[in-house]
Design a protein. Structure first.
Length: 451
């Protein structure tokens, strides 16, 4: 049975106090909307529809950037969750299968949980709702179940009786139903309630009135955490990181100070990787087995192969690719560059738009001068080359295999294989001049004091 997902993302999120739409605020480097979209792709959703409203263009751009096949439905006025879902009727008019509704501000629902809902539905239920037992049920909608454990209806807090408010089994907002049935039921939803809104939750009572059975399954409350404020965002970040650290360690990664390592939503790390304290991951990082990431390193958009060692205090930016056993040391920045097998860039260097061959050594303070103010240029360095300390490599440039540059050189033209490039002024020694100069200066200072 095929499934489509509708993600509600029209709300303003006024409690964020932000110019940006709520669902674009980031957790672990990705907008929370993208977390929901990843959940949808985790169950191979055939179609994903995003319902936009506030900041619609911004939201649609982020959604299509992440997945060009995503469908956008616009909700002009926010008349309730039921009304929001109705906006997806057009992009799904010819879809046959199940539909799951997610919220763009509830980023942690797991694909396995949605699969459990789909499985539950195959037992013959019209609607399946995801609930949770709330530590503090507060203003959530309450799930009213019958003695047989089936779901009778959902009552919004505002419309609930005192006895109903005592129930701690709450609606997460995630709902699953056959597409045709869902839109049919929504046609019957009215706004005759305490909020004057069209409630998605009413479809449960309406399905029961048609003689269909409905069911609820429960998940852990951490999965249904919704974000409404900056404080919620910070709490969600910690929740994400706590899980990511645990998952990494369970996968065979050593974190010497787990609480100080910050992962991105898509970080991938192999076995026996050691990550020292205070390492920060931006999006799109993969690390192969047995690499070591030393303390205070910042990684983003890079690939680190087996046995490589990075840091302490290194920065790998998008397009940095380290081959097996490469070493990148302290205060080194690498961008859009391949560092060959066993090559070393150990101290105080900038390597950008470059290709460095195997077993080459880059001396301390080397800079690839890749930018002329308008264009970026490439530096190519062969295998087993030796770049002397403080070499300025003025790109475009090629340094051959087994070539060397003298320390302090400014290298402006290609260096052939095996050649030594000297690109610096010749040294002259002036006997006695240093001492004579100092004596003169000291005498001048003494004269000033007297006068
Ligand atoms: C909703 C549920 C409630 C549940 C709670 C869980 C309804 C009627 N109530 O209540 O049972 O316990 O979520 O968090 O469904 N949205 C739109 N367009 C709209 C209205 C809402 O896109 O017109 C989006 C919001 O941006 C948000 C989500 O739908 O992402 C939920 O809306 P919200 O107003 O927060 O619903 P609650 O009142 O919290
Ligand atoms: Ca809410």
């Amino acid at each position: 049975m095929s499934v489509s997902v509708i993600i509600l993302a029209a709300g303003m999120g006024s409690r964020m106090k932000s110019e940006a739409p709520k669902v674009l605020h980031r957790i672990a480097g990705a907008p929370m909307l993208v977390h929901a979209m990843r959940t949808a792709s985790g169950i191979d959703a055939q179609r994903t529809v995003i319902v936009t409203g506030h900041g619609a263009d911004l939201v649609a751009n982020v959604a299509t950037d992440y997945d060009e096949n995503v469908l956008i439905a616009h909700q002009e006025a926010q008349n309730g969750t039921g009304h929001a879902v109705q906006q997806a009727a057009t992009p799904l008019h010819d879809f046959v299968g199940d539909v799951i509704v997610l919220y763009g501000d509830t980023p942690f629902v797991q694909p396995e949980t949605l699969q459990a809902m789909l499985d539950k539905k195959t037992e013959g239920h019209g609607v399946v709702v995801l609930g949770f037992h709330a530590a503090d049920p507060a203003k959530y909608g309450r799930l009213i179940t019958s003695n047989s454990g089936l779901l009778d209806k959902i009552v919004e807090y505002k419309d609930a009786t005192k006895a109903q408010r005592d129930i701690d089994f709450c609606n997460s907002g995630v709902i699953c139903a056959d597409a045709k049935l869902l839109f049919d039921l929504l046609d019957d939803v009215t706004n005759d309630n305490a909020s004057g809104e069209y409630y998605l939750t009413d479809v449960v009572g309406l399905a029961r009135a048609r003689g269909l059975s409905c069911a609820a399954i429960a998940c852990d409350e951490t999965e249904t955490m919704g974000i409404n404020s900056r404080n919620d965002l910070a709490v969600a970040e910690v929740a994400f990181q706590t899980k990511a650290r645990r998952d990494a360690m369970e996968g065979g990664v050593t974190l010497t100070a787990a609480d100080t390592v910050w992962f991105a939503y898509d970080t991938i790390i192999g076995r026996d990787v050691i990550i020292e304290p205070n390492v920060v991951f931006g999006p799109d990082v993969t690390i192969e087995n047995n690499a070591t990431i030393r303390a205070f390193t910042h990684l983003e958009g890079c690939h680190i192969s087996k046995d490589a060692v990075v840091g302490p205090y290194a920065r790998l930016r998008p397009g940095a690719e380290l081959a097996n056993g490469a070493k990148v040391g302290n205060f080194v920045e690498i961008k859009a560059a391949q560092i060959g097998e066993g090559a070393k860039v150990n101290h105080l260097s900038y390597i950008g738009d470059a290709d460095i061959g195997a077993d080459t050594n880059i001396g301390a303070g080397t800079i690839t001068c890749n930018y002329d103010g308008v264009f970026k240029h490439k530096t190519e360095i062969g295998e087993r080359a030796f770049i002397g300390s403080n070499t300025m490599l003025i790109a475009p440039l090629r340094i051959g295999d087994d070539a060397m540059t003298a320390s302090g050189s400014v290298v402006t033209t290609d260096v052939p294989d095996a050649a030594l490039a000297l690109g610096r002024a010749r040294q002259k020694n002036k006997p006695g001049l240093a001492l004579r100069m100092m004596n003169k200066l000291r005498a001048a200072k003494a004269a000033l004091k007297k006068g």
